[in-house]
Design a protein around this ligand. Structure first.
Ligand code: ZN
Length: 390
């Protein structure tokens, strides 16, 4: 098994040598003369868990800056969908490559994606050594034969990386997927033990339309259909009431909070206090680069913390420690990935942060600097699955 020794790196304020064996942390206090295959000089850096981006559309990086400063409905129907109708498989590959390179450079080692021509994205994930949950998107407008092809792909799926890629079932949203198709998606996910990735309660219009069509809010509607459960990762979840927060928590649903996308599209503001009180697991996503306009999880983490405080008038809400855990460990847990912490036995996914970077100085509190002050220029190395990928 391949071994790597990260020498003289700061872990929880103490300089140490970290041994990685295969794809896991083997020893967090290894002797400096341990015989290994590779040595990484960590002098002047601190090791932290890498980011888990729980909601994005990687290939949309190709649409970065294409349609700014407009509401979601107009943005989707007049700009995004017409553009996407012209995208080829090669475009998806190029967009995914741009996205994956940006994510790695900004300290992300996992992303949960929802798009089409997914084999292109899978190839890029495999090539760059990152992790991903690739959504098989279901929308009503796809033909029956397209839907069948997707179900066949699920049936015959073998992860080419031996553990870094999982598929998810991704019914797009309540306004693009019928109740029959939602029920079918939930059945397929149960049958194959897969996560469900869905947009939920993103805008006021979605809620109003759902109530008019089904007599229920989107959360109650999906709950009535039996879709909600611990395998569901719901993106946005901006427009909910207290009872809906409790429903989500009771069903074990994970929320993928996308603060930058929500603010830019004026979709509304996630009520973190409500979700926290209900005991709902919150994670962070960037959403696609056409609404956020980058895939920088560190930036999204900072915005999440600031937004929680600003909306609640409570500066203690979502502390730096909370925001950091939400952006790292919570995301890993939501997808059942044994990572998100620098601990013996955990999968070795991590960033090395350059403590001499100007935004990391002085260092009264490492996590405070990382959440509130730094940018990705402070990242010196990124590890995923025990390998140095940056
Ligand atoms: Zn989205």
């Amino acid at each position: 098994m391949n071994t790597l020794l990260i020498k003289n790196v700061l872990l929880s304020g103490r300089k140490t040598n970290i041994l990685v064996k295969g794809n896991r942390f083997e020893n967090l206090d290894a002797p400096s003369d341990t015989v290994v295959d590779n040595v990484l000089d960590g002098e002047g850096t601190a090791i932290l868990p890498s980011f888990f981006n729980t909601h994005t559309h990687a290939a949309m990086s190709l649409l970065r800056g294409y349609a700014d400063d407009m509401p979601l409905d107009k943005w989707l129907t007049e700009y995004i969908w017409p553009f996407e109708n012209k995208m080829t498989a090669l475009d998806i590959r190029n967009g995914s490559e741009l996205a994956v390179r940006e994510m790695i450079a900004s300290g992300t080692t996992f992303f949960s994606d929802m798009y089409f021509d997914i084999q292109e994205t899978i190839d890029i994930v495999q090539k760059y050594g990152i992790r991903a949950a690739i959504g098989i998107t279901f929308v009503e407008s796809h033909s029956k034969s397209e839907q069948k092809d997707k179900l066949d792909m699920l049936e015959n799926w073998v992860d080419p990386t031996g553990g870094r890629i999982m598929l998810t079932v991704a019914p797009h949203a309540v306004y693009t997927v019928s109740s029959e198709l939602f029920v079918k998606c939930a059945d397929v996910a149960r049958q194959h033990n897969l996560k469900i990735h869905v947009h939920l309660s993103e805008t006021e219009k979605e809620v109003t339309d759902c109530k008019a069509q089904h007599g229920l809010t989107p959360v109650r509607y999906l709950d009535n259909l039996g879709v909600l459960g611990p395998n569901v990762i719901a993106a946005h979840v901006v427009h909910i009431d207290e009872e809906e927060a409790e429903i989500l928590a009771e069903r074990g649903v994970t929320v993928a909070h996308c603060p930058c996308s929500n603010m830019k599209l004026s979709s509304g503001h996630l009520n973190y206090a409500l979700l926290e009180k209900a005991g709902c697991r919150v994670t962070i996503g960037t959403d696609g680069a056409c609404s956020s306009n980058n895939l920088d999880m560190r930036e999204a983490m900072k915005f999440a913390a600031l937004l929680a405080k600003d909306r609640s008038g409570n500066p203690q809400l979502m502390s730096a420690e909370d925001a950091f855990r939400i952006a790292t460990r919570n995301g890993a847990e939501a997808f059942g990935i044994d990572a998100g912490a620098i601990e013996k036995g955990k999968l070795a996914d991590a960033v090395l942060v350059d403590m001499n970077n100007i935004k990391m100085q002085p260092c009264h509190n490492l996590i405070s600097n990382w959440v509130y002050s730094a940018d990705s220029s402070a990242i010196s190395h990124v590890l995923c699955d025990g390998k140095i990928i940056l």
